[in-house]
Design a protein around this ligand. Structure first.
Ligand code: NAD
Length: 446
């Protein structure tokens, strides 16, 4: 089968590489010519473990190609996937859909009325109703084109996680396909057939249901994280251990252990914007989704509360130098979008004498951002923490998990570690002579 994917970002590039690994011919199209130039020279524009090898292998096998332009006709193409960004409109809950509709118009331009209908699949996360709107956009733009006769629409939301995207694409918990067209169903079944071996459930739904599943899924996960964060706050007041609470509730199969790790608040390119969008979707149809409204508020507050926690542990920050380890929203990605560090770091910069930062891969993207304007960048962990008054872990990169704590103690000016991801244990720190503050594990000293 031959497919085209529009958008060669975290989702488009990973999906393209994985579909080509399944044996299909894939063309990834992106209007960012630098990105395509890089890809054509073998340079991967994002950090995602294993992606470089997968891309290289499939490019060599001639199954994976990159271009700034869509093919001129779709005669031999079975499906065109849209995997462009759908960020929040700045400062609003609404979703920016112009990238999607631009891509749709580009597709419409190249549809030949005499060819078989082309299948247009939305992989981007889009508000309920967008895939239907795509039909209208096409017909406004090309009144000679008719649904079913010239094109079919499907929604196939993506659930991969950055940092483990290839594994998630290759071994998903489920695949969701929303479509009312039999031919679309046949094509999608064929494209996901390689997952049959793993008995992956492939669920066919209406288009609206598929679109909503994506938002409901992300909002539910964001709610779980926020819930355990608030339970962690209670633990700090009453002297309980949130790790044990999480295990105690998570072993109940109705709840499950995943996404019950307390931290500095959720971030990334999906949960913040998708929770906002679900609230907006509800608002448009006069159906409030109060639980998600609270999740958003709680998460916003949490990031600032992390600064207060640091302040409370260190004391007056004005003459203090603070070391930050990890600024990406999670490990194994260079994605800085909506990372909690974007709130925590500027606030610390405002309050402290100096903020030093080290992140294994996030610094290149962060250097370009306003929020990191006045920080000191470091080349490794020990250069970062040397001479500082506290070491703060924001992102749990593997390389921070097993530091030589005696060395940590010897280079810190003040032996204090504030671990916002709970990757260490109190006893380890105590035996190295380090004061240790974590999240929700016993009463917090004032
Ligand atoms: P991204 O910003 O990394 O990539 C989007 C790419 O699309 C960019 O390279 C951009 O240049 C390109 N693009 C935009 N408009 C275009 C157009 N008209 N023609 C050609 N190229 C165009 O975005 P992403 O993180 O891959 O997310 C894509 C979608 O997938 C979003 O809707 C997102 O919510 C969803 N999603 C993302 C993740 C994730 O972890 N990143 C997971 C699941 C779903």
């Amino acid at each position: 089968m031959n497919i085209v994917i529009i958008g060669a970002g975290y989702v488009g590039l990973v999906s393209g590489a994985c579909f080509s690994e399944f044996g299909f011919n894939v063309m990834c199209v992106d209007h960012n010519d630098n990105r395509i130039e890089d890809l054509n020279m073998g340079k991967i524009p994002i950090y995602e473990p294993g992606l470089d090898k997968l891309v290289e292998k499939n490019v060599l096998a001639k199954r994976l190609k990159f271009s700034v332009k869509l093919p001129e006709n779709f005669q031999n193409i079975d499906a065109v996937f849209i995997a462009v960004g759908t960020p929040s409109i700045l400062g609003k809950r609404k979703v920016e859909l112009s990238y999607v509709f631009d891509a749709v118009k580009d597709i419409a331009k190249n549809i030949n009325v005499d060819d078989n209908p082309i299948l247009i699949v939305t992989k981007s996360t889009v508000p309920v109703g967008t895939s239907r709107k795509i039909e209208e956009v096409i017909q406004d733009f090309r009144p000679d084109l008719k649904p079913v006769k010239n094109f079919n629409i499907a929604s196939n939301p993506e659930f991969l996680r950055e940092g483990s995207a290839i594994e998630d694409f290759m071994r998903p918990d489920r695949v969701i396909c929303g479509t009312e067209s039999d031919s679309a169903r046949t094509i999608l079944q064929e494209l996901y057939r390689p997952l049959n071996l793993r008995e992956t459930p492939i669920i066919f739904t209406s288009i609206e249901t598929a679109e909503l599943i994506k938002y409901a899924s992300n909002s539910f996960l964001a709610t779980k994280i926020t819930f355990i964060n608030e339970i962690a706050d209670i633990c700090e007041k009453i002297g309980a251990d949130v790790q044990q609470v999480a295990k105690g509730i998570g072993l109940d199969k109705r709840i499950g252990l995943k996404y019950l790790h307390p931290g500095p608040g959720f971030g990334g390119s999906c949960f913040p914007k998708d929770t906002r969008a679900l609230v907006e979707i509800g608002k448009q149809i006069k159906t409030r989704i109060r639980i998600v409204e609270s999740v958003i508020l709680s998460n916003e507050e949490r990031k600032l509360n992390m600064v207060k926690k640091i302040q409370k542990s260190v004391g007056d920050l004005s003459k203090k130098n603070i070391a930050i380890l990890g600024i990406t929203f999670k490990p194994n990605t260079d994605d800085m979008r909506d990372s909690p560090s974007l709130v925590i770091v500027p606030e610390l910069v405002r309050l402290c004498n100096n903020v030093k930062i080290y992140d294994p891969v996030g610094m290149e993207n962060a250097r370009k951002m306003e929020q990191f304007k006045n920080v000191s960048w470091c080349t490794d962990t020990f250069a970062c923490i040397r001479g500082t008054d506290a070491m703060v872990i924001i992102t749990e990169w593997n390389e921070f998990r097993a530091l030589d704590l005696n060395k940590v103690k010897s280079v810190l000016k003040n032996p204090l570690v504030i671990d916002l991801r709970n990757i260490y244990r109190e006893e380890q720190m105590k035996s190295a002579g380090i004061r240790y503050i974590s999240i929700g594990r016993g009463k917090i000293e004032s």
